[in-house]
Design a binder for this molecule. Structure first.
Ligand SMILES: [Zn+2]
Length: 181
């Protein structure tokens, strides 16, 4: 516990240093139109930090992180919401590209283990929903999730969607599904 407190205090010190710079003024004028016109969805795994692996700087991208980088109903709702804001508040655009990233060696894969999944579900979660999460073959799951986003009627067809696999060993991103609406 002590270690956790110590780590957070380090981050709070970094926040003071950040606030002392002018970096925050790089934020886009319209918050849902990021500077690099990118919406990045990736795993919560600390190895997949977009600020490092993609060089995303403040205001560059909308970043959404969820276990496995999966297009869950909650993620689809958020994409639909931003899509709706663009349609109603800034219909002239510019529109962003959504890059969905799944990665190798993903911790979500533990949920493919029936026993582990059942034990965790016993804490009050739906086992069928948990069974849809594991990323065992990232190229396959990223394809399936890109299709899910593209085919969602609530998501504007003006949003281009691409799918990528990040290799935690090489640090390289491979595009599996090129951007399409
Ligand atoms: Zn992961």
């Amino acid at each position: 516990m002590k270690g956790i407190v110590m780590s957070l205090s380090t981050l709070l010190e970094r926040n003071k240093a950040f606030a002392a710079t002018g970096t925050r003024t790089k934020a886009p004028a319209i918050p849902f139109i990021p500077n690099q016109l990118a919406y990045v969805i990736t795993c919560i795994d600390p190895r997949t930090e977009p600020g490092e692996i993609l060089g995303v700087e403040l205001g560059d991208a909308i970043v959404q992180r969820v276990v496995g980088g999966r297009a869950t109903p909650a993620v689809l709702r958020d994409v639909a919401y931003i899509s709706y804001l663009l349609e109603t508040k800034a219909p002239e655009g510019p529109w962003f590209e959504l890059a969905l990233i799944h990665h190798t060696d993903c911790g979500s894969a533990f949920l493919a283990d029936a026993q582990l999944r059942a034990d965790f579900a016993a804490r009050g979660y739906d086992e069928a929903e948990l069974a849809a999460i594991p990323v065992v073959d990232p190229a396959a799951t990223v394809r399936a999730d890109v299709e899910k986003i593209v085919s969602a009627p609530q998501v504007s067809s003006k949003i281009r969607v691409s799918g990528h696999v990040y290799d935690v060993k090489t640090g390289l991103l491979e595009t599996v599904v090129p951007a399409a609406s």
